[in-house]
Design a protein around this ligand. Structure first.
Ligand code: FAD
Length: 567
């Protein structure tokens, strides 16, 4: 029997103007028994085959990566999201994210090989290939008999991928294309059997995708840029998932070390300076998980709705992911940067040993660093996220305009001095969240008023607005996850989670406040400035401040007493 989706689904980017109910989001606590079994199997595999051989991986033992990929294929991990008719397990989008999360944390080498193969190496063929191409290539990619690579970047065409110069020329007898050009930085190129190569046919303006070595055109002529970008959207959200277990492993190693290392006759885990780092690391992991799995399930539900409306799986998956381009880009930015910070804190906890190759921190930092560059740099992804939202606003797909007008009206009105009912978990936090969205709308309105459509040239402005949007999405995801779990397990059970959510929101308010102030004082004249700064003050107001140090102490105690990240 077909399962129907009854909950209300927030469309891509709509969270900035809409309130989401906690019962309508997916949280990591909602995984089914089957998914938990899959997670445990993947984790056991990663511990046994990758983590325990980390030193060997670090010696660039290339064969080891290949062996692990083969074994992952034998266990079905390479084809989790591939439909059964093409040799995969046909599991849901969230299941593919779960596998990606737990297989990727132990080594940067396998993480990249796995991500490139299952994401950008397989998806263009699965999503855009014709039946013959899918039958021919996908089962071998899903089983690990063949490996895939995605060849877009060229020496002269990185972020500006559509400017690539690789050419495809049709042979005189029209039997094949001759592709010539240069590609660079292609993950898995050293061992891949099937390459998706992006090239321009003759003098076309746009790229076309080919399966190489046997020249095959994927999709239609000129569709290559669209194919490349859509494959990247999936890659971006998977990259966010891939960073999560790396973060858990870093915090766990750091806690273990801090409990063994003694200085001043004291275990360093007892120093507040160390405990504060552990608390912040745990908070970022918890919030990242909340946002990643929320978005993953939104995508999965959208795919299902599209399938129910008659689209085939291929079209439905394409459109489903496309709908959440904004979320995919935001997650890629936020979690790759969290991973970097967490790895950096990990090094600090290990002290001099953290700087040495003898401990896993040095490689964790190095591995984390690439996540901010590939799958579109974080600058490009910040611009994509806000640019796409503005486009959706102009088209009326997200009601930015009238909501921004309402905020402007509210600013000219007399503020209420009534103290709202703040009893109950997250009453105050939810008011603040609503107000943060108003700040976002206020800045979008002010930016559009000043620059009009030329705002797309104002990158510093867009970057800051994008950062504000990212903090709102992550804070909201944590609030909704914790609220949902408080409702089912009770507040007592969620003490640590409540503390992390409050801490993250408090820190987000501070960051948003600074970024917004910088924009307001840089962009507005003195009259507007007064008015917007008053709005900013009103919208960042806490009735009762949380006590950040107390929250950090509570979180650190839970994680350190438990010897590992325990949420
Ligand atoms: C280890 C590794 C693996 C990779 N794997 C693959 C792969 O499998 N397949 C593949 O096709 N590619 C791959 N890449 C390439 C990767 O996607 C590119 O490196 C990335 O897109 C950036 O391009 P670039 O290096 O040319 O930097 P550039 O585009 O030259 O960027 C340099 C700087 O300028 C900034 N910048 C550029 N344009 C803008 C703009 N419009 N606005 C604001 N800032 C801008 C960037 O954000 C960056 O900070 C990989 C790269 C590495 C290092």
């Amino acid at each position: 029997m077909k399962e129907t989706i009854e909950k209300e689904i927030t469309r891509g980017g709509e969270f900035v103007v809409k309130e989401t109910q906690s019962e309508n989001i997916f949280t990591p606590e909602d995984f089914s028994d089957e998914q938990k079994m899959m997670r445990d199997a993947v984790k056991e595999f990663a511990d046994r085959e990758i983590w325990s051989k980390k030193e060997e991986f670090e010696k660039k033992n290339f064969q080891l990566t290949l062996d692990v990929m083969k074994k992952a294929g034998e266990l079905g991990f390479l084809g989790v999201g591939v439909p059964e008719e093409y040799g995969g397990l046909g599991m849901s989008f969230t299941s593919t994210m779960l596998v990606c999360d737990y297989i990727s944390g132990s080594s940067g080498s396998t993480s990249t090989a796995f991500g490139a193969h299952t994401g950008i190496g397989t998806m263009p063929i699965l999503l855009y290939g014709n039946e013959e191409q899918k039958n021919k290539y996908v089962p071998k990619l899903a089983s690990g008999e063949h490996f895939g690579a995605y060849c877009l970047t060229e020496p002269g065409a990185g972020s500006d991928a559509n400017s690539g110069k690789t050419k495809a020329v049709l042979s005189k007898d029209k039997s094949h294309y001759l592709i010539s050009g240069q590609k660079i930085w292609i993950s898995n190129a050293g061992f891949a059997d099937i390459l998706t190569v992006f090239a321009k046919i003759e003098d076309d303006k746009n790229l076309t995708a080919f399966i190489v070595p046997i020249d095959n055109l994927v999709g239609n002529e000129g569709d290559g840029f669209k194919i490349a970008m859509n494959a990247l959207n999936i890659g971006r959200i998977k990259l966010a998932a891939a960073a999560l277990d790396a973060e858990r492993r870093i915090i766990n190693s750091s806690i273990n070390y801090s409990k063994e290392r003694v200085q001043f006759n004291t275990k360093i885990s007892e120093f507040g300076a160390i405990r504060e780092k552990v608390a912040t690391m745990a908070t970022d992991i918890y919030v990242g998980e909340s946002a990643t799995y929320r978005a993953a399930k939104d995508i999965e539900d959208r795919i299902k709705i599209l399938e129910d409306s008659g689209k085939n799986h291929q079209e439905a998956e394409l459109k489903g992911v496309e709908e959440y381009v904004i979320e995919c880009s935001m997650l890629k930015v936020a979690i790759s940067e969290d991973l970097q910070n967490i790895a950096d804190q990990g090094i600090q906890i290990f002290g001099g040993m953290g700087y040495s190759k003898e401990t896993p921190m040095e490689s964790a930092w190095r591995d984390a660093r690439i996540a901010r560059i590939y799958e579109g740099t974080n600058e490009i992804n910040r611009l994509v996220a806000i640019g796409m939202l503005i486009k959706k606003g102009m088209k009326g797909h997200v009601d930015l305009i009238s909501k921004a007008e309402s905020v402007a009206d509210e600013l000219t009105g007399i503020p209420s001095f009534e103290i709202p009912d703040l009893s109950g978990v997250f009453k105050e936090e939810k008011i603040i969240l609503k107000n943060l969205k108003k700040i976002f709308l206020m800045l979008c309105g002010a930016g559009m008023k000043k620059f009009g459509l030329d705002i797309e040239k104002e990158q510093e402005v867009l970057m800051s607005i994008s950062d504000i949007m990212i903090k709102i999405y992550l804070s909201e995801s944590a609030i909704l996850r914790t609220e949902k779990n408080c409702n089912r397990y009770g507040e007592e059970n969620q003490k640590g989670q409540i503390a992390m959510t409050q801490l993250y929101l408090y820190q987000s308010v501070e960051l948003i406040s600074n970024k917004a102030k910088e924009l307001i004082i840089s962009l507005s004249n003195s009259e507007e400035q007064k008015f917007l700064l008053m709005g900013l003050k009103r919208f960042t107001k806490y009735f009762n401040y949380p006590k950040p140090l107390e929250l950090k102490r509570k979180i650190a105690k839970m994680v350190i007493d438990n010897n590992s990240y325990c949420f």
